[in-house]
Design a protein around this ligand. Structure first.
Ligand SMILES: [Zn+2]
Length: 370
């Protein structure tokens, strides 16, 4: 395995794993440099997957794993693919109720300041995301409704095309007129446009009409592992040129050959950093809490998860507890503290302050940057 590249700007040397570092790994977690950095940084997992069953809250206490692992904020998925408006709205209602009943542990995200507030009070900030525009049906008015309920990013199409966009795992007809209107409405509302899972022709169309920073919330590097879900360097550069970020996901079949080692994850982060700099990388582990539910989706939605693309392998997912090892790996490669802080959450905070807007019906209580 080749040594990873280094952040060019600083010309740092790769630090070999010394005996001292190995000894530190075996020390209490709070004593390691990685644990110290996590404690001193705002850390945000930009995509995680709880079961999509509004009537079943049995998995939700496991959100505490993110806090225990060192995260201050997490963005929870509320629906994907061919799901229409009703299941998304029901999931949002269920999650908001459960979280709202636990104000000592959780903060429902409305503004970027809420995330700082959660961190300052030792709670976990929770926002939401939607994977695919079937969530709006044909009603652009739902974008504002979802935003008001805490949805802070939405992607256009989930692997397969829909009425606004092409998907990344089939022939892509490009952005439709409704898709253009959707992007304009998302920008008006302040919802972040995500281009993960979306067909690459549509991505280029969207980049041509978007006027705000765009993200690939959870997309890995095709240069390191060929898969239709991964993105070529050209699109990483194009995303960064808008001011956006590429979040690296922890899905084994997108990182490599079902490989969820922290070193492989760190290589994808490093690839983005080498291409476009540390201001354009972020974390989105995409951890699936209920593998049984995912197996059921694989069985019943083979059009979305075709076996020929690795989904039949029993994909492995990097758990939130691995964030310390990811940080330790990047530290051992000579990453500077300021760059790691940006990757862990600073870049996403910059976008939250740039792109998000007040809820509907709220006055502009504070200046919105940009
Ligand atoms: Zn996804």
């Amino acid at each position: 395995m080749p040594e990873p590249n280094l952040p060019r700007r600083r010309g740092l040397k790769v630090a070999a794993r010394t005996g001292q570092e190995i000894a530190l790994k075996n020390a209490p977690a709070s004593a390691t440099p990685a644990a110290a950095l996590l404690r001193d940084s705002l850390v945000w997992d930009h995509h995680t997957c709880m079961p999509l069953r509004p009537d079943d809250t049995s998995f939700l206490p496991q959100l505490a794993r993110h806090k225990a692992a060192g995260f201050d904020a997490v963005t929870v998925n509320v629906g994907f693919g061919d799901m229409g408006p009703e299941p998304h709205l029901r999931m949002l209602a269920a999650l908001r109720r459960w979280l709202g009943e636990r104000p000592d542990a959780y903060v429902l995200v409305e503004t970027a300041d809420d995330i700082e507030r959660a961190r300052a009070t030792d709670r976990l900030a929770v926002g939401f995301d939607i994977e695919g525009a079937n969530a709006i049906g044909d009603d652009l008015g739902l974008v504002q409704r979802y935003y008001d309920l805490g949805v802070r990013w939405m992607l256009l199409a989930y692997n397969q095309g829909n009425r606004v966009s092409g998907g990344c795992q089939e022939e892509d007809g490009g952005l439709t007129p409704l898709g253009r209107a959707l992007i304009a409405e998302m920008e008006r509302v302040g919802m972040q446009l995500c281009l993960s899972h979306t067909g690459h022709r549509t991505v280029r169309d969207a980049l041509a009409v978007a006027t705000r920073p765009v993200i690939f919330s959870h997309s890995n590097c095709a240069a390191l592992h060929a898969h239709p879900r991964n993105i070529p360097d050209e699109l990483i550069r194009a995303c960064a040129a808008t001011g956006g970020v590429v979040g690296i996901n922890g899905v084994g079949i997108f990182l490599g050959r079902n490989d969820i080692s922290p070193q492989t994850y760190a290589r994808h982060v490093d690839h983005v950093v080498q291409l476009v700099g540390p201001a354009h990388a972020s974390i989105a582990l995409d951890y699936v809490f209920d593998i049984g539910e995912l197996d059921e989706y694989m069985r019943t939605k083979q059009h979305t998860f075709p076996p020929g693309l690795g989904y039949e392998l029993g994909a492995r997912f990097m758990p939130p507890e691995e964030i310390g090892e990811i940080v330790a790996t990047l530290q051992s490669w000579g990453y500077a503290e300021a760059d790691l802080k940006a990757i862990l959450g600073g870049n996403l905070m910059r976008l939250a302050r740039t792109v998000w807007k007040p809820l509907s019906g709220r006055p502009l209580a504070e200046p919105v940057v940009g």
